[in-house]
Write a protein that binds this ligand. Sequence first.
Ligand code: HGY
Ligand code: MN
Ligand code: MN
Length: 407
Amino acid sequence: MPSPARIMARCAEIARHSELANGLTRVYLSKEQRAANALVLAWMREAGMQARLDAAGSVVGRYEGTQPGLACLMLGSHLDSVRDAGRYDGMLGVVTAIECVQSLGGKRLPFAIEVIGFADEEGVRFGTSLLASRIVSGAFDPALLEARDKDGVSMREAMKANGLDPDAIGTAARRSDELLAYAELHIEQGPVLEAEGVAVGVVTAINGSRRAVVTLRGMAGHAGTVPMSLRRDALAGAAECVLAVERIARAEKGLVATVGKLETLPGATNVIPGEVRFTVDCRSPEDAVRERALQGIFGAIADVAEARGLDSHVERLPDFNVTRCAPWLMAQFERAVAAEKLPLRTLPSGAGHDGMAMCAIADIAMLFVRCKAGISHNPAESITEDDAGTGARVLLRFIEAFEPRGA
Ligand code: HGY
Ligand code: MN
Ligand code: MN
């Protein structure tokens, strides 16, 4: 049986690899990620898998089926984190999948199992989410190799510093005939399961999302000499935009929009901000609602810029439409939940996940595990050892009873 204690201990152990002295931040291609990858590679081998890094730096473990080379049930999640994160977002899914393979105790199934720890899902370092799963699903845009992090290091340079060949990144892509399905265990990151006293939930769909980077340019000036009537204050304009984002999102049920990052230039107490760059993250269970809201947001930004004599530029980042989980896979998770004599709860995911990219090459499914007060992207993120065990037992039942589509 899977060991809940070992799952919790391993999530704690990975969490120690952080660029923060007190807290967890682990970004793509960092030295902290190299250390975490080494741990996960060792655990995969201990569980009887061949384990390797793929060309993008994601960790991949393979457990052969009854004969070598069979198509695989791919289980995964991500090993990077947001800034000042919790220790379960991503890591729980990878650690639990390894624990389930270990629990097979050498038993071979009529399919292979692969466990993948995606190296970059949050997009903290280079600003683009689902980077590693888009590479695996063949949707990588090579222009991203020139994206630079906050220190001016390009993805290309960071890959080389990690011993990876940027020009070989395409070899990490997988063909759809190699995968029977992609399944991910993840904390809910929301309050529903806890509110209803349910340990696990079967995900129906992942809300669609779009990110954008907005730049407002005004005129830097002396804080002591420029009269208020003559200012083109980029930060005051950005403040109006942030409130417009909130107002537009509040007007529609199920819609959420967030300005998570805002940079002010030149950033001195006695200088009127000449330039501001901020992010917009907009999501909805309905694509049309999200797109309509974004048109409203971009229109409000243009109006504020015009009224204040600011220049505005909106860079739209890739968007992901609502991603539906495959009913044939949901049914197999529901059977596993029933076999554990647990109440069944199905629910959508407000958070984004790698399945939004992996659906390009495989049908996807997700199993949520209850988390305390729904808190996530926050060091207070937590789960109970009991729920870690419940999630693992349901995932193990799903694996052992897995029937490829049309079987
Ligand atoms: O942003 C998200 O929903 C995910 O945590 N990357
Ligand atoms: Mn996350
Ligand atoms: Mn996540």
